[in-house]
Ligand binder design. Sequence first.
Ligand code: KG4
Ligand code: ZN
Length: 337
Amino acid sequence: MMAKKDVYILSIESSCDETSMAIIKNGCECVYVTILTQMDTHAEFGGVVPEIASRMHTENITMVFEETLQKAGMTMDQIDAIAVTYSPGLLGSLLVGVECAKVLSLVYDKPLIAVNHIAGHIYANQLERPMEFPLLALVVSGGHSDFILMTGDYEFKHLGGTLDDAIGECYDKVARVLGLKYPGGPNVEKLAREGEHTYELPIPMNDDTLDLSFSGLKSSIINLVHNEEQRGNEIRKADLARSFQDTAIDELARKTEIAIKENNIKYMIIAGGVSANQYLQQEIKKVADKYNVTLSVPRLKYCTDNAAMIGAAAYPLFLKGEFADLSLNASSSEEIF
Ligand code: KG4
Ligand code: ZN
């Protein structure tokens, strides 16, 4: 019998402020990934400026393409398909990646694969070890906080999630009121390590459903900071960061426990930018261990936006022959289902 041919996918991610390309072998092995972040530029403005983001993607994407092929030591002859994030994200940023992918597909005559960004975050776990279904995915990013049950590849069932703000958005807003630099999440986490949980904050939702809500917690912190400033009182920033982080993540851990029990979960993954948070990883691990659930977390580099996860998520679509045509367009819709 002839050995099965290896599949190499060239993948592109440009949905926010990282211009990234990767070559992924058989959906699980990263041959090479280039991640060019614009973080320092946007930090000057306190957040991502969409117009600047898309211009920088345009400037850099061909260079990232050349570098990725060169560092991987490969040529386009060896590539089986081109994958790209088409949704969700900043429209102008997504369009740069989508157009690049369409041109590469046309010029090199390779099939095109459209990948949802959140599916990408989930499949980042495939780069660590094969995912086992059914699994529970906790998706925590700048735009999502969701519990998803996966019964197979691309079989997503939404179990619950935030009714208002995503947890990443909340981290970023808290960072801003505390005067921390963009990107907020990692800076709040760092500061929280130096503080104590001394501020009493409202617990989000506090019920037994899989709904989440972070806007009340966010507003209470904004109000607290403004009130203390008006009274001329000093804010213990590290303590507030710690109190916020404990409150938000303890709620996520508590709801994770409910999701595990209700769905008899044996395998679980965490996905999305906030999965880089060490306290979150630690608290979810405690819950997983309590129920003998195997927990998979992407390595730090694959937690935040990168093209390797897009190549991993493209592989099952490649196997199914689910290809996009050249009419593929970018979309800012938050839907994955
Ligand atoms: O997945 P991602 O890179 O972009 C989206 O798809 O939204 O997630 C970005 C979010 C930001 O809100 C960022 O502050 C947050 O993830 N984040 C973190 C950490 N690293 C990134 N939040 C908390 N702790 C972290 N270590
Ligand atoms: Zn992301």
